[in-house]
Design a binder for this molecule. Sequence first.
Ligand SMILES: Cc1cc2nc3c(=O)[nH]c(=O)nc-3n(C[C@H](O)[C@H](O)[C@H](O)COP(=O)(O)OP(=O)(O)OC[C@H]3O[C@@H](n4cnc5c(N)ncnc54)[C@H](O)[C@@H]3O)c2cc1C
Length: 291
Amino acid sequence: MLKKLTRFYHPKTIEEACQFLGNGEGRTAVIAGGTSAALRADSSLEALVDISHISELNYINKDAAFYRIGACTRVQDIYKSPDLKGPAGKLLQAAAGKIGSTLLRNAITAGGNLAGLFPWSDLPVAYMALDAEVVCRRGRPKRTVPVMSLIETRAPQFLAANEIIAEIIVPAYGPGTGTAFAKLAKTANDYALISLAVRLTLKDGAVNQARIAVNAITAQPVRCLDAEKLLEGKVLTEELTAEAANKAADSLNIRKDIRAGEEYRREVFVVMVRRALNEAFENANRKGGQQ
Ligand SMILES: Cc1cc2nc3c(=O)[nH]c(=O)nc-3n(C[C@H](O)[C@H](O)[C@H](O)COP(=O)(O)OP(=O)(O)OC[C@H]3O[C@@H](n4cnc5c(N)ncnc54)[C@H](O)[C@@H]3O)c2cc1C
């Protein structure tokens, strides 16, 4: 597996980490929570740069409009944070809380869950539904990109050799927005069969912005754009949610594996989308906003 690995760096700052990554001394990669190291197919790696203890990558901050989450913030810290509130905070916590076990959540990082993208990765769908942005750093220089760009291209291709994900920026949203997260897995510790995040932002009682993001049922996270479009500009009714759920399912290239077939996943998915839309709609209509 990691047969050629001979060097392990422990930088204290982002700049130092990027220097190690870009020093051209053989194949070098980042390690954060380290939970996917065993799955790495890359046996050519010679050096690892452990960014997990860089303090400027470990935080959850909130200003007037955004949550800012350092890339090495543990998923358990997101799940338990008292600072994450409202529709965005609750969606992030719901997704984080559904990831594996406490042991795993104590290791997995907000950025690692995004960079090491698997069909069962849960946080990316929440980031997508919230229209999050990602700050990528090459030492001091930084660029801020929509999370969709990083997901569609995939981190290893998107990031330069000396570049890391440093921060995830999530709009906080306020009253009038509701979110919901749902996951189907055989056991709490097993990989997801379906991962689903929904956001509805209302205006004058109708859906102004709809986001339906899914993973696990597909090979990589995607948004159900046709269903989102169908919902926008309309007042949610039972018929509309049912139509949107079917449209969402129709738009997917549904995966099958030893855990579940295509037909089963589709049937459950339609029910999950309907319920999640209703839950998000209810949350959006809550007096004082979703708490
Ligand atoms: C038994 C088990 C069950 C699991 N169940 C789930 C689950 O239900 N849901 C779920 O979402 N996840 C689950 N995971 C976690 C998932 O499979 C990945 O292992 C995890 O998301 C990787 O995060 P990490 O912080 O450990 O990153 P690492 O394993 O350290 O890194 C993953 C990849 O991302 C890169 N990387 C990491 N951080 C950065 C960064 N800041 N910038 C650039 N590149 C970076 C690394 O170079 C590597 O290629 C499970 C893992 C295990 C072992």
